[in-house]
Design a protein around this ligand. Sequence first.
Ligand code: ZN
Ligand code: ZN
Length: 271
Amino acid sequence: MAINIRTDKNYRSESSCTFCNGSHTITGCEVLKTEAETGEKLPFSKRTYRQHYAMQYVEAKANRSKKKASKTRKCGYCGTTGHTRRQCTVMEGDRELLIKANKIWRKLYAHYSIECGFAPASLIRHNEKGAYNYSQSRYEMLEVMYLIGSELPSNLSVFALSSDYSSRQDVGIPAVGRERKLQLQGFLKDADVKTALCGERYWYNTPSPLIITKSTYRYSEEWINGECEDIDFVLKKWNKERVEKDILGVVREKLIPFDIRFEKKRSLRGA
Ligand SMILES: [Zn+2]
Ligand SMILES: [Zn+2]
């Protein structure tokens, strides 16, 4: 912006000091520096107006550069000084935890999708709202059979747990022949499983589908342990406080304790 108002003429024009009128700028004025130093040694009442002015100028300049220095060295992620976001070890720790949490979330998703009937090729029975029945003042309920679609929802990541509206992933389950996707939470009857997969939020009462035939779908290890771009995105954009509040909090308090119980049960079953 400042560049636009510069012309050749004023770009290289002789500078003149607003303090002593010398041919330099006030920033490099030796006269001002001497006046400030002299004023410093005198008691307040003995200082001249010029000395006061010089002293204030020097002090203000020192404050400005101090502020600037500490500002540039502050980490955008954890907020402490001495390193940048790219060198932040706090962020690296959080990244590792998020990567681990994403794998846990996908492993649980894969397991419960078979158990609860939302894996591809599950056959379910679902209650659909039919025509309005005027004599009974209510909707007819129709029982409809659905085959769960073969395509996996594209947003299956740990961010389904996010407490933040803008980053939360709502998982829709495709059903063959049904225009609107079914809601994941409708399949999850157990409250702990629901929290571990969908996070903590207010649920409308969604009708639960009944499983007719469980799917034999196999999720690949590449998918379960695959990368999650959302992690890179939030670690680039958000700070520690927000990551903690919107995702890591629920990971620590809900997902990981749930997974510990899940693995314990699984090893008991295996033994
Ligand atoms: Zn000067
Ligand atoms: Zn940091």
